[in-house]
Design a protein around this ligand. Structure first.
Ligand code: GLV
Ligand code: MN
Ligand code: MN
Length: 430
């Protein structure tokens, strides 16, 4: 390849540590929810770093942040990288952050070699990849790709009943939501660097994953209403306990996923809110949030149908009122073949062993794939642990991923043609 970027491993580590300080919970537990003070402070820190790197910074009405390194062909579709910095409650310091600070260091490493981009290179920080505040993941990238319209964005409310409109204005994002959508063709390619959030790379001793597809995620909200009452006074035959119904539903969710016939089906009831949540009061209302994923969309949809039928049966038998709301049922994404080729070539340039693999976690790349040829790079994380304070990625693994990312961005930036939408078959996994 034309360039030999030298990655500053220590600098990335320092910046990851600095960013981790912007959190509602003390290190190593990171909580950074979109539009809260730590999120806004973290963004201010990043904007400073982007400006210091000589990048042109802009933010859209949702708070998607773009930092652009102008190429010599500024009118051609742009090459992009990036990820998110929001963190679910009690998360770790690497999820998303590695793709943002790693993307920045990839650009700085290319700058240090004297590389001159042909197509411009943009670093993106997506707003609210995590569903923590508004119940739906990848808010920023969905909106960029037109998967969430301004009308549906305006309907979103957080757990306190505050609208997205209200909280984004309060955070200083006053622009028009109509301007968030990016035209298809704006980006020539998108590459997201991320920790694997699974154990495969570490177990197989392979330093890098090249992601060929992202599994299809879905989530449902189930609301249950029975009858409350005194835990001593109401006899068992009279009860309509909403939490007992929820317990049966939750076990059903587990069983349907386990019995799908594939290890690739996963289902989780990760949220359960009980009212009135008091030891001596029968639970009258319960809200559940259920997450279902599979690399095969039809198998995932079958599990969702089983869950909905299960809710119906349990609630009829127990005389519980219920409603099921599908929050999202997204199709999977396949990586773009030219971007994959650039990633594989970059691994060759860097002399890094890699594995073709699918992502079972979702990422902003799932939605960027709707508007641009997209692929991802995974680095190992210790024990496959993520969404926990003990999440850890080794500095040398991060630096290796950044090195390959830099080489891939350079290749993609120099490419004359944007990848055509027709798909070439690529094996999904090694
Ligand atoms: C992303 O955080 C996911 O839940 O896959
Ligand atoms: Mn996450
Ligand atoms: Mn992430």
């Amino acid at each position: 390849m034309l360039v030999r970027p030298l990655v500053d491993q220590e600098r990335i580590q320092r910046e990851i540590e600095t960013l981790a300080a912007f959190s509602e919970t003390p290190k190593p537990a990171i909580t950074r929810v979109v539009y809260t003070k730590p999120d806004l402070e973290a963004r201010a820190y990043l904007k400073q770093l982007f400006l210091e790197a000589g990048l042109q910074v802009r933010e859209d009405a949702l708070g998607n942040l773009f930092a652009r390194w102008e190429g010599s062909a500024p009118d051609l579709p742009v090459v992009a990288t990036g990820s998110h910095i929001d963190a679910i409650p009690y998360a770790g310091m690497y999820d998303g952050v590695v793709g943002v600070l790693g993307g920045l260091e990839a650009i700085r490493a290319l700058q240090r070699t004297g590389f001159k981009p042909f197509r411009s290179i943009e670093l993106l920080v997506f707003a609210a990849e995590e569903p923590t505040r508004f119940g739906i993941g990848c808010l920023g990238s969905r909106a960029l790709a037109g998967v969430l319209t301004p009308e549906s964005l305006r309907l979103l409310r957080d757990a306190e009943g505050r609208s997205l409109e209200e909280v984004r204005w309060e955070a200083g994002y006053m622009g028009s939501l109509e301007e968030v959508l990016l035209p298809s063709g704006y980006y020539a390619a998108f590459v997201e660097l991320h920790i694997e959030q699974g154990p495969v790379l570490e177990q197989e001793g392979i330093p890098l994953g090249v992601v060929t597809a992202i599994a299809a995620p879905a989530s449902l909200q189930v609301s249950l209403e029975g009858a409350g009452g005194h835990a001593g006074g109401v006899l068992m035959p009279e009860r309509r306990d909403a939490l007992c119904a929820a317990a049966e539903i939750i076990l059903g969710v587990e069983a349907f996923a386990k019995n799908s016939g594939s290890i690739n089906t996963v289902a989780t009831t990760g949220f359960c809110q009980v009212y009135p949540n008091a030891v001596n009061s029968i639970p009258s209302q319960v809200k559940l949030e259920i997450d279902v994923r599979d690399v095969e969309q039809s198998r995932r949809d079958q599990v969702i149908r089983q869950i909905i039928q299960g809710v119906e049966q349990v609630c009829t038998r127990r005389d519980i009122r219920y409603s099921v709301e599908i929050i999202n049922m997204d199709p999977p994404a396949k990586s773009g073949s030219e971007v994959l080729k650039a990633l594989v070539a970059a691994c060759g340039d860097a002399g890094v062993r890699f594995k073709l693999m699918v992502s079972r976690a979702y990422h902003d790349a799932l939605f960027m794939a709707r508007i641009a040829p997209t692929a991802m790079l995974f680095i190992p994380c210790r024990g496959g642990v993520s969404h926990r304070p003990d999440e850890y990625a080794a500095p040398e693994d991060i630096a290796r991923g950044v090195h390959v990312l830099a080489l891939a961005l350079a290749r993609l930036s120099l490419a004359q043609e944007r990848e055509s939408p027709k798909d070439e078959p690529t094996p999904l996994e090694d």
